[in-house]
Structures are given as structure tokens and as C-alpha cells.
Ligand binder design. Structure first.
Ligand SMILES: Nc1ncnc2c1ncn2[C@@H]1O[C@H](COP(=O)(O)OP(=O)(O)O)[C@@H](O)[C@H]1O
Ligand SMILES: N[C@@H](CCOP(=O)(O)O)C(=O)O
Length: 294
């Protein structure tokens, strides 16, 4: 049996729109069993998700190797769908990794990343899902340039997942078609300075810049009213950097570990409709293991 695991991801991290992302410790697991006549996809999603070759994971695998031999596969995942935690990127990478493993393809992670980004359209989820930890990336339309993002030690990602879904494609429709030159300069300066602050463990500067995004949050905040509520709660505790995870609706506050419980208690008391999780970075990224049955 071949087992593929891919972590969840939180993208943008405030001002790093389509560029910054961090892998988190929720996982999609894909088990690949025997070869079969037709693709057979078992899964435990509550959703109406195809069990045949029209399944997204199989379609992604076939985009890389069109004549891939069908197999019985099983997908299980604790990454919620369409919530801004990179479920589509995890499924997409699982499909590509399956094609690579079954067809014994000789492609490295760079090629895998280019292919995954071409399918996803932006690298900020697929890059950290592939490599683990934090990544800053730029896609020029054919190739991804990327570098690790330094993460402070002793932080948690206090994650509020609303009860409703928001498809990334819909949240992208809310974005402006253009940004004035002055705004773009400021937006990129904020993002650059956030990365520089993280590099020297200056968490005081970093957490302020996390909330100064000029690229996407203002345009999307009407879709996720909880963003301003959670920011207010977090600011009262004076510990905080809160941002819209990916395209939303999940909202994440990066917190020093010591302050985590205090924030979770305050968020729980607000009784917002959704789930609160305490997440941590994943440092491994995508993994493929082969288990031999005796
Ligand atoms: N394991 C999976 N198998 C099949 N399709 C999936 C899987 N995970 C995600 N998807 C597809 O991706 C969609 C969500 O993608 P998207 O809107 O980008 O949100 P997210 O922020 O979760 O990536 C789902 O509605 C579903 O169509
Ligand atoms: N940069 C993208 C990130 C989308 O992430 P997802 O987890 O919501 O798919 C965007 O903001 O649109």
C-alpha cells in the first residue's frame, strides 16, 4: 500500500496575498490499494463527492499521467472543505503525488510545485503543503520562485472556522481588478517588512504588520463579518495578529503559546457560530510512504 499525507495550509498571513503560506497540522491522507478495472474512490466526506475517475484527486493525477492505471484508493481528511485552509491544494498535491508514485515518475519537487501551481493558479497553499513550514513564493506564469519563511518559535495558530463555506473562486471575485500605484507600493512594503521582522524574530513588529494588509482583506471583509469581531476580542487581550486565512472564511490569530488559552477562552465566551481549533505549524509537508504487507 502507498500512503500519501498532505498538510493543511493557511495562506496570505495578512499582507502576503498569493505569496505567503504556512503548513498546519491538519492532514489529508490518501491510501492507494490494489489495481482495479476502474478507479474506485472511497472516502468519508459527508459531501456528495465522486467515487470514480471524475473525483478531483483522480482527475489531477490523470492531468500528469493520462494513462495512469486505475486503483482503489481511500481519502480521509480533517481539513474542512472550502474554509480557507487549503483543502483543494492538499487534494491536488495528493493527486499529483499519486501519479508520481504509481507511474514511477522521475520528477522532483520543483517540477511538482510548478505543475501544482499551474493548476491552482497561485503558489501560497501548494508550496507550504509540499515543503512544510512557512514559504514565501512567486509564480511568474511558468515557474515558482520560493524561499522558506522564518517562523518564530513558541507560537500557536488559534483558528476560528465558521459554520459556512466560502469557495475560493467566489472570494476572488470580490477582489479589485486594479490597485493604484501608491497603494501597491505600500502593500508590498508591508509584506516585505513583515518577512524581514519574522527573520529576526521581531514578533512585535510582525504582529502589527499582519493586520495592515492592503491587497485583499478590505475587499473580502463583508463576506466574513467575524473578522472584525475576532480582531476586537484579540486586541482587548493585547497579544495579537489576526488575519483572514486564505480566501476565508477561517480567521486565524497568531499567538505566543503562553497566551493561547486566554484567547481561546475569550473567543469561546463570544459564542460565534463555528469551531475553535488550536493549530501548530507542520514541518514535514507532503510525504509518500510505501508499506509492504507480509
Ligand atoms: N479531498 C478532496 N476531494 C475532492 N475534491 C476536493 C477535496 N478537497 C477539496 N476539494 C474540492 O475543493 C473545493 C474547495 O476548494 P476551495 O474553494 O479552494 O477551498 P479551500 O480553501 O478549502 O481550498 C471543494 O469544494 C471540493 O470541490
Ligand atoms: N491567495 C489565495 C489563497 C486561497 O487559499 P484557500 O485556502 O482559501 O484556498 C486567495 O486569497 O485567494
Amino acid at each position: 500500500m502507498i500512503k500519501i499525507t498532505v498538510p493543511a495550509t493557511t495562506a496570505n498571513i495578512g499582507p502576503g496575498f498569493d505569496s505567503l503560506g504556512i503548513a498546519l497540522n491538519l492532514y489529508l491522507t490518501l491510501n492507494i490499494y490494489e489495481a482495479t478495472e476502474q478507479w474506485l474512490v472511497e472516502h468519508d466526506y459527508q459531501e456528495d463527492m465522486p467515487h470514480d475517475e471524475t473525483n478531483f484527486i483522480v482527475k489531477t493525477a490523470l492531468s500528469l499521467v493520462p494513462d495512469l492505471m486505475p486503483h482503489r484508493i481511500r481519502v480521509s481528511s480533517d481539513i474542512p472543505l472550502a474554509r480557507g485552509l487549503g483543502s483543494s491544494s492538499s487534494a491536488l498535491l495528493a493527486g499529483l503525488a499519486m501519479a508520481k508514485a504509481l507511474a514511477h515518475l522521475n520528477i522532483d519537487n520543483e517540477e511538482l510545485l510548478d505543475h501544482a501551481t499551474a493548476l491552482e493558479g497561485h503558489p501560497d497553499n501548494v508550496a507550504p503543503a509540499l515543503f512544510g513550514s512557512g514559504v514565501s513564493a512567486y509564480y511568474d506564469g511558468s515557474r515558482v520562485y520560493h524561499a522558506p519563511l522564518h517562523l518564530p518559535r513558541n507560537i500557536n495558530f488559534v483558528t476560528f472556522i465558521p459554520n459556512y463555506k466560502l469557495m475560493t473562486s467566489n472570494a476572488r471575485k470580490a477582489l479589485p481588478a486594479n490597485l493604484p500605484f501608491k497603494t501597491s507600493t505600500a502593500a508590498s512594503a508591508i509584506s516585505n517588512t513583515l518577512i524581514a521582522a519574522l527573520n529576526v524574530d521581531d514578533f512585535n513588529t510582525a504582529r502589527e504588520l499582519i493586520e495592515k494588509d492592503l491587497f485583499h482583506e478590505t475587499a473580502r471583509q463583508h463576506l466574513v463579518p467575524e473578522l472584525s469581531t475576532i480582531r476586537d476580542i484579540a486586541h482587548h487581550l493585547d497579544i495579537i495578529g489576526t488575519y483572514l486565512s486564505g480566501a476565508g472564511p477561517t480567521i486565524i490569530t497568531i499567538v505566543p503559546k503562553k497566551d493561547t488559552q486566554q484567547l481561546i477562552d475569550a473567543l469561546s465566551a463570544a459564542n460565534l457560530p463555528g469551531k475553535i481549533l488550536q493549530l501548530e505549524p507542520d514541518f514535514q509537508g507532503l510525504s509518500i510512504t510505501t508499506e509492504r504487507r507480509s
